[in-house]
Write a protein that binds this ligand. Structure first.
Ligand code: G4P
Length: 555
């Protein structure tokens, strides 16, 4: 075992004074981000191009999360592959232009968006990827809400400009009006689809021309100054004029570029390009690195913790079991928030107060793993998890602190999980508890003790199927799912007393979560709104309030 649990009465070793300059240099070099998008918008393709720039992969197609694997139904083999996506897409670290970039990748399938929510908690920036033809799509909107809650800077890449798409002004307008987010186009497209000719970079006043190539080949980017007379020989005058007129319109009526607004998550820089042909990707990456924020202070029980705080601290944002089925291992992913992490260091586990020695930390890049000797704020390390880490746990050296936990998001699918074989109860219990700890699914319970079967609550159907599949394969328990027909869950913020005060509630089922807090389940939004009308003072939340320092109930 690579984690040594020490007695909490033993004091932690003195913090070794790592040179502040080393940490300051590492912090200044680091940028981290996650991509939010709807399936098929081109996340895998864009990721690959970014990794190619960083020299982290040698050829396109190396990131294993291609189309057909994502579009799975419920075939078990396919499910394995589906889990493969969640596994292989973890943290991709690469160097580019003397910066260390951590791309916190997320599963491609929308049923696993809870994973994405949690990953966003560890990200300092987000890239919102849109398909130019489709504009904002449901999954992007949902994930955007999470970015908004944390006010993280959002960079928008409008992809597939080589194909017919919506009018660029309409795409900006949609973001502004529907997401209530200001936009500033860093570049502007000349034509679109068949007539896509390139982009005008508003900062450098250059035109980057697009060369159409065979499918699968990359476009060659040719640059011209905006006042280069040769341009009119290369691009149709009407297309160029239209683009210039639109830019003029933006200068007059649009927002101004404002780094503070970007960093505050109120204004999104917008880039147009085509990931597949690698067009506009380098310009996006260069501008992103200039504008994105580095590792920022994070909220904790002691107020915001600066990355330059003396001593390492970080929190667990993701658990993954059986990444390598041959070893049945469990990995906890830790976002480093302050100080320098060093192999073999002894840290305190805030929830249990235990000291633990971290002797085999790993860096995980897709399927590959390597040992980590040190890590800095903004980085992610993988720790072997013999069951002691839960999502949201804080690890630290020095003065006690606990990072703000990671909230649970409102599930939309609910199902009783039945164990028809009483003799398998021990394994059933173990499996359910471990999968809940890992965050594979949320577990709710009936208020009535006699119906103690767990209720699985998930964002997507596939999530439930994966749980069932894993219970069978990893814990040897065959289970039965019984759908409950609810679609909406709300937490009662003020707890049981508030609920008892209003007396009987209609058209909803009252259950409790793993912290014994009341959760209301509704068949539809209409029933929820009815309750809201009847009891306007009842504070209902679609995100579960964070609980720190308290162990959840087990099955
Ligand atoms: P995802 O991870 O967001 O789900 O999307 P992914 O990158 O897999 O891209 C989805 C499809 O869109 C892929 O086509 C991909 O080639 C295509 N695509 C991505 N970027 C662009 C672009 O800039 N222009 C055009 N025209 N297409 C783009 P596919 O046919 O599903 O897969 P494949 O056979 O190309 O791998």
């Amino acid at each position: 075992m690579n984690i040594l649990s020490l007695d909490s009465s033993e004091s932690l070793p003195e913090i070794e004074e790592t040179s502040k300059e080393t940490i300051a240099r590492a912090v200044a070099k680091r940028k981290n981000f996650a991509i939010i998008s709807h399936p098929d918008a081109g996340k895998t393709t864009l990721t690959e191009q970014l990794l190619l720039y960083g020299g982290a992969i040698q050829q396109a197609g190396a990131v294993k999360a291609r189309g057909e694997q994502r579009k799975v139904t419920s075939d078990w083999m396919e499910l394995e592959k589906q889990r493969g996506i969640s596994i292989t897409s973890t943290v991709l670290q690469f160097e580019y232009n003397q910066k260390t970039i951590n791309l916190l990748d997320t599963p491609g399938h929308q049923d696993f968006s809870e994973d994405t929510y949690r990953t966003l908690a560890a990200a300092d920036n987000a890239v919102m990827l849109e398909d130019a033809a489709k504009g904002l799509e449901p999954q992007t909107r949902k994930l955007f809400e999470v970015c908004r809650m944390r006010r993280i800077p959002i960079f928008t890449f409008i992809n597939k400009m080589d194909r017919p798409g919506q009018e660029p002004l309409a795409l900006l307008d949609e973001i502004e009006s529907e997401l209530d987010l200001l936009t500033w186009a860093v570049n502007w497209p000349i034509g679109s689809g068949e007539n896509f000719r390139g982009i005008i970079d508003r900062l450098s006043k250059e035109v980057i021309l697009f060369t159409r190539t065979q499918r699968g080949k990359q476009s060659i980017e040719k640059k011209h100054k905006l006042n280069d007379p040769e341009l009119f020989d290369l691009v149709e005058q009407d297309l160029l004029n239209k683009a210039l007129e639109e830019i003029e319109l933006l200068e007059e009526a649009g927002s101004s570029m404002d780094l503070d607004l970007i960093r505050g998550g109120e204004l999104t820089p917008v880039f147009f390009g085509s990931a597949m042909t690698n067009f506009g990707v380098r310009s996006f990456l260069d501008n992103f690195l200039d504008m994105a924020q580095g590792p920022v202070a994070r909220n904790s029980s002691n107020g915001p913790i600066d990355p330059m705080r003396d001593g390492f601290s970080g929190f667990v944002f993701k658990l993954q079991a059986n990444m390598d089925p041959r070893h049945r291992d469990r990995i906890a992913f830790v976002r480093v928030c302050s100080g320098k992490f060093e192999k073999d260091m002894t840290v305190r586990h805030a929830r249990t107060g235990k000291n633990i020695r971290l002797s085999r930390p790993q860096k995980i890049f897709g399927k590959d793993r390597s040992s980590v000797m040190d890590a800095f704020p903004g980085d992610v390390i993988g720790l072997n998890n013999p069951g002691m880490f839960s999502i949201g746990d804080t690890l630290y050296v020095g003065k006690h602190l606990e990072y703000e936990g990671i909230p649970c998001f409102s599930p939309e699918i609910f199902s009783w999980l039945r164990n028809p074989n009483p003799s398998a109860f021990k394994n059933f219990k173990k499996g359910v508890n471990q999968l809940r700890e890992e965050g594979a699914v949320q577990i709710l319970y009936d208020k009535d003790e006699s119906k103690r079967d767990p209720i699985l609550a998930a964002v997507g159907q596939l999530q439930l199927e994966v749980v069932q599949h894993r219970l069978e394969n990893e814990y040897g328990v065959l289970t039965r799912l019984e759908p409950m027909g609810f679609q909406v869950a709300r937490w009662v913020n003020a707890g049981w007393p508030a609920l008892n005060e209003i007396g009987r509630v209609f058209n909803c089922k009252i259950v409790q979560d793993s912290w014994m807090r009341p959760v209301l389940l509704f068949k539809n939004e209409w029933n929820l709104n009815q309750l809201r009308e009847d009891h306007p003072d009842l504070d209902l939340r679609n995100v579960a309030p964070v609980v720190s320092g308290v162990d959840p109930i087990s099955l």
